[in-house]
Ligand binder design. Structure first.
Ligand SMILES: NC(=O)c1ccc[n+]([C@@H]2O[C@H](COP(=O)([O-])OP(=O)(O)OC[C@H]3O[C@@H](n4cnc5c(N)ncnc54)[C@H](OP(=O)(O)O)[C@@H]3O)[C@@H](O)[C@H]2O)c1
Length: 334
């Protein structure tokens, strides 16, 4: 494994992180979930990403159980707050009340007394940004959170948060967690240049486009057994955005390019994300330990510029680069 700094902070994270959205507490049994976490630890993955809302809190609980007995200083745990956690007018968003209550619930489920990275899971248009930044800063001062970050914020929202932190002497964010993969490059025009200048690292989600960039979904063919696209509970709904013939056909071309480079398609997809120097980590998901081991080998791989061009050629017409696509709900979800 290779490790990078989280933005310009002192914290180092593994280039390949492991995330448990859709899988833990939902698509796969706990035994398989724990086997994936142990496989990750065995290959040097030290960074684990979850969220309070994943599987209604069960994902945090399972990650906590999977990491029990592991020396706390050897792992970095990242979680998030924003999406609804049950009923009530204050059970979502980034108000001081929900942040304060959210962290305590997450720490209890994770079985730890601090998280390394606490992330605003979206931008909350219904809470003054100053209130959110002060609430996060309080958690840092209380030692419950070591670093703060955001997810899917726009460049101007990140810039506003940095301005407020500087004006008020508050802890500043060190990371953004956007969707970023060969097909979805919307952070490149605005967010990456700002974050490079400000020392904020990208911790990228869905780097394999939920499995689509492995080429395992063939246009017109039956879905592979046990894959996310067959998971009626939630996976099928989320991956449906990519289950289009043009995308699946283009992804077939990546299988050949990966083989020519001596990589698995998944490793090619992850290595592509890691070529961007503003990326601190690619958070790969995985439903089986062998996937986790396959993905970990993408760390440290350098892709030649020729290959990067061939990837663009193969995917021409299905790549999205529109910065307006980095969106948060217009009002706080309930
Ligand atoms: N901040 C946010 O809003 C947000 C949103 C989404 C995700 N995330 C974070 O990012 C993490 C990763 O997201 P993701 O799960 O969508 O990422 P991903 O790595 O693009 O997709 C993971 C899925 O692809 C398949 N896969 C992975 N490795 C494979 C391999 N080597 N060969 C074949 N198939 C493979 C597996 O699905 P099957 O085996 O089921 O086919 C796996 O569950 C999440 O767990 C979460 O921590 C954050």
């Amino acid at each position: 494994m290779e490790y990078r700094h989280l933005g310009r902070s002192g914290l180092r994270v593994s280039e390949i992180a492991y995330g448990n959205w859709i899988t833990h507490g939902s698509q796969i049994e706990e035994e398989a979930a724990i086997a994936c976490v142990h496989a990750a630890l065995d290959v040097g993955i030290s960074t684990f990403d979850t969220a309070d809302a994943y599987a209604a809190g069960r994902a945090e609980e399972i990650l906590g159980r999977a990491l029990s007995g592991v020396r706390r200083e050897t792992v970095e745990i990242a979680t998030k707050v924003y999406w609804p956690r049950g009923e009530g007018p204050n059970n979502s968003g980034l108000s001081r009340k929900h942040i304060r209550e959210g962290i305590d619930d997450s720490l209890r489920r994770l079985g730890t007394d601090y998280v390394d990275l606490y992330q605003a899971h979206r931008y909350d248009y219904d809470t003054p940004l100053q209130e959110t930044m002060r609430a996060f800063d309080d958690l840092v001062r209380a030692g419950k959170v070591l670093y703060i970050g955001v997810s899917e914020w726009r460049a101007e929202q990140i810039a506003d948060s940095l301005r407020i932190a500087a004006e008020l002497g508050l802890d500043r964010i060190v990371s953004n967690q956007p969707q970023y993969n060969m097909l979805w490059r919307v952070i490149e025009p605005e967010i990456v240049p700002l974050c490079e200048k400000e020392g904020i690292g990208q911790v990228c989600f869905s780097p394999i486009a939920q499995g689509v960039l492995t080429g395992k979904y063939k246009p017109g063919a039956p879905l592979p057994a046990g894959s996310r696209a067959t998971d009626e509970a939630s996976g099928a709904r989320f991956i449906s955005r990519w289950m289009r013939d043009d995308v699946l056909t283009a992804a077939q071309g990546l299988i050949t390019l990966a083989a020519q480079a001596g990589l698995s398609p998944s490793q090619l997809a992850l290595a592509w994300v890691l070529q961007n120097p503003n990326v601190s980590a690619a958070i790969a998901g995985g439903s089986r330990p062998e996937q986790v081991r396959d993905n970990a080998e993408a760390a440290g791989i350098r892709l030649e510029s020729d290959l990067m061009r061939q990837i663009d050629d193969v995917l021409e017409g299905v790549i999205n680069r529109d910065p307006a696509e980095a969106v948060s709900p217009a009002s706080r979800p309930s």
